[in-house]
Design a protein around this ligand. Structure first.
Ligand SMILES: Nc1nc2c([nH]c(=O)n2[C@H]2C[C@H](O)[C@@H](COP(=O)(O)OP(=O)(O)OP(=O)(O)O)O2)c(=O)[nH]1
Length: 201
């Protein structure tokens, strides 16, 4: 599609976009981050972020890539530090995350694995919890079986625009995206404009 945002220069097939009809934010120096997910048997492991950037939101496990490590090494280290598990992570996507008025573009490498070793364990930073990847049944159609199921993904407590790509993780389809945000007077992040595409394989 012709409206591929600047900085996403690969051959991409649009699958999600939205927001206001405004210019993309100007490019900034890039800082590298990771986020990793365990996706297994129609469920996904997310962590409740207890402190720092994104506090109070659910997200995959991740953080900054340190100068002495690769992105994959950082992703494995953060998964172990934050969730107490090890997994053969595979790279699946890149999200360029830009906040109006910030100093850096966040280049976030997105990883997933379908198996892991260890027991998901709460850390100082994250509380791991499993969620169902199936859409929730309508309220009036709940059965006794449904009530035993895992809770649905808590989209209202996650970064806006994650809903575009989390459902793709079980297929392992490679994607690229960009999400620009504004900050409102309360310091909350408000999505401004976003675009996601599948990479040619
Ligand atoms: N899923 C998702 N994750 C995002 C978005 N924006 C964003 O920064 N993140 C992730 C990338 C990183 O995993 C995390 C921010 O890193 P962090 O501040 O937790 O880094 P860190 O753990 O190294 O920080 P610290 O402990 O060193 O203070 O948030 C987004 O829009 N969606």
């Amino acid at each position: 599609m012709s409206d591929i945002p600047p900085e996403l220069d690969e051959n991409l097939h649009h699958f999600a976009s939205g927001g206001k009809d405004v210019e993309w934010l100007p490019p900034l120096p890039i800082k590298y981050y990771t986020v990793a997910h365990i996706v297994q048997n129609n469920k996904i492991l997310l962590g409740y972020k207890k402190r720092g950037f994104g506090q109070g939101k659910y997200n995959g496990f991740g953080g900054k890539v340190e100068p002495n490590e690769t992105s994959l090494e950082a992703a494995m280290r953060e998964l172990e530090e934050e969730a107490g598990i090890r997994a053969p992570l595979k790279h699946v996507g890149v999200l360029l995350f830009i906040v109006s008025g910030a100093e850096k573009t966040f280049h976030i490498d997105i990883y997933y694995a379908s198996e892991f070793e260890g027991t998901p364990t709460e850390s100082d930073e994250m509380r791991p919890e499993w969620f169902s990847l199936s859409p929730p049944p309508p309220n009036n159609a709940m059965t006794a079986e449904d009530t035993n199921q895992l809770p649905p993904i808590p989209w209202d407590k996650m970064w806006d625009t994650d809903q575009c790509w989390i459902p793709l993780l079980p297929q392992g389809r490679a994607f690229r995206g960009r999400a620009d945000f504004d900050k409102d007077e309360n310091g909350s992040f408000v999505p401004r404009r976003w675009w996601y595409g599948l990479l040619d394989e």
